[in-house]
Design a protein around this ligand. Sequence first.
Ligand SMILES: Cc1ncc(COP(=O)(O)O)c(C=O)c1O
Length: 391
Amino acid sequence: MAQTVDHLDVAAARDRFSVLKSGFLFFDAPGGSQVPDEVGEAVARAMREASANLGAVYETSRRVGRILEQAEFRAARFLGCEPHEVIFGANMTSLDFMLSRTAARAFQAGDEILVSALDHDGGVAPWLELARDRDLVVRTVELREDTSLDYEDLESKLSERTRVVAFAWASNAVGTVVDARRVCELARRAGALAWIDAVHYAAHRPIDVRAIGADVLICSPYKFCGPHLGVAHGRAEVIEQWRPYKARPAPSTPLGRRFETGTPPFELLAGLGAAIDYLDSIGGFELIMPYERSLGERFLAGISDAVSVYGLPGMDGRVPTFLVNVAGVPAAEVATRLAEQRMAVWAHDSWYSLGLVGRLGYEDQAVRIGFIHYNTVDEVDQLVAALNRLA
Ligand SMILES: Cc1ncc(COP(=O)(O)O)c(C=O)c1O
């Protein structure tokens, strides 16, 4: 009888990362996760065995064709869409600039875009720049005191002029998760596109674009154990209306490829497939979610009163990413002292979440700590002890 595994085997997962044997403790997954060896091997194999372009009749060209198809197939499985609804690009920010401009070919001066105060600027700047070029209006949806999205404010800002509701599904700075289904439904009722930045979310929870009703969703595999790349979903009924920016002889099918420019990074796409297979092989998000939640709960229970957390007080409504203030110790010093103890955390002025800077008012007092499934309970305990000592 097949055995049902009901918990994440962290030791077995870690065994697949040579980098985790170095003794360094990585708590900066939000800046980019570590990568299992099999992903690097898939990239190297593609470079050794499949360096060619698409569409020729010889073997290596057929191989890159298969790599691209496999990557579309796996990305579709990861996102809950069809392979022809997948669009690859350099990273989330590039895809967002490109897709926003493509969508906006049909917009009129005075049309409105909503973004949120929780967003990373990769999901905001494309609209602000577009608004400058095309006389559009960008409005920001507010947050409640605890950094959760203010859904009433969102509703009040929707109008018949709203063309897009763009939002980060999870904050890369404070870890707060947005009720994406609710936002997509509000957008749909207003006749606007629901446009999701899932970069931070994708490392921690499963995505099903159909279930939540997303029109566009973009993520970055380097946050979930894959290579530096961007992956987007565009709902077929929406993107087939768009006129793509593309070189004229490039084929128009499958649909998603219309929006890709130039030659794809086949070796990285091979790595993407390996990263998605890796996540599935360790049990997927069904096992990852409760484990990461337990790491977060342990962290919150262990830190002393001198280590305060911005945003939500517990693990409900958040992923295990924390913006913390160690009383009396500047953030840069916290990060440096932890690095001396071989622990990686990031002190930055905003983590590109510009909307949060003024609202939280942390100035130079915040350090970001981000756990991911390969972190262990023992690592969390070591970090907690180091932070409490610093305070
Ligand atoms: C929530 C969020 N959105 C967007 C981005 C930008 O992603 P990329 O580096 O793929 O452009 C990041 C990167 O950290 C992020 O965390």
